[in-house]
Design a protein around this ligand. Sequence first.
Ligand SMILES: C[S@@+](CC[C@H](N)C(=O)[O-])C[C@H]1O[C@@H](n2cnc3c(N)ncnc32)[C@H](O)[C@@H]1O
Length: 287
Amino acid sequence: MKSSQIFSSSSDEPADERRVRKQKRGRGAADQYDRDFGAFLLQFPATASSSPPTKKKRTAAGFPSDKVFYNRWRSMQFAKREEYLSSQCSRRPPTFSKVSLLIQKEGWTGNCPRPEDIVAKWRPVTRVQVESDPWIITKIQNQKWTGLALKDFGSKGQGVVATKAFAMGSIVCDYHGKVITGAEGRKLVESIKGDTAYLFFFQAAGRDLCVDAETFPCECHPTENTMGRMINHSSKRANLRPVHCMMNFPEGQRDVILFQAKRDILLCEELLFDYTSSSAILFEEKQ
Ligand SMILES: C[S@@+](CC[C@H](N)C(=O)[O-])C[C@H]1O[C@@H](n2cnc3c(N)ncnc32)[C@H](O)[C@@H]1O
């Protein structure tokens, strides 16, 4: 992991401790303390991967031999490590072993968050995080979403099942296809002969749009049956929610429909979403 940020703020210190210290020493002394700690950080950057400054190094650099700066440095590093571990597990909740492996890989033996705390603190990502998430962007680009398989569902045709559990809030895959206008999508619907359609109509910021997964295979994945287009419908048992995002691809922003788990999804469950958010329902529903 690469991290070389140098901190110059003192905002990591608990507010109460800071206030008491300032009251004791007066504003001038507190400012001096902040300046000294800033210099300490310049000398010993508190990154997730840096080694703690030993007493010998601290005193050789002219800092006090007590542990005041050192302890503060350690809590900054701890927070950085926590942030790093959480960032590696942003889309889906991590397992204890995944976090343990990450810690092992980094070689962190002390001053490190406990895997169970990282697991317990996991929360679904926000839309803003999703829209710039490199992992999600890569999955949309390469269509190598994991934990999904096709299965025959008889009269419904094929569908998608979970080959691993997905926790509520996880991003499962996208509804992949070229984004066209709603009018173009409706024209496509008219030309469809059978009762199966692969179109997702949506409105975004006043725009009437449609993801065309009917034109298959798509230009960008000529050899893949992209999974999102194969997900069947249910209004009552839907376990996925389609979410519109403006994804920040390297070449610019693009409208994308992502499927997010509405609840915890178990291994082997069929993935389903409610097609009424899309007008391309050309079939009789079998729940
Ligand atoms: C986006 S495709 C889904 C994949 C499709 N089952 C297949 O095998 O290609 C949508 C079509 O699947 C079928 N389908 C999806 N959900 C269904 C359901 N609950 N009952 C019956 N047919 C369904 C309909 O033919 C619908 O037009």
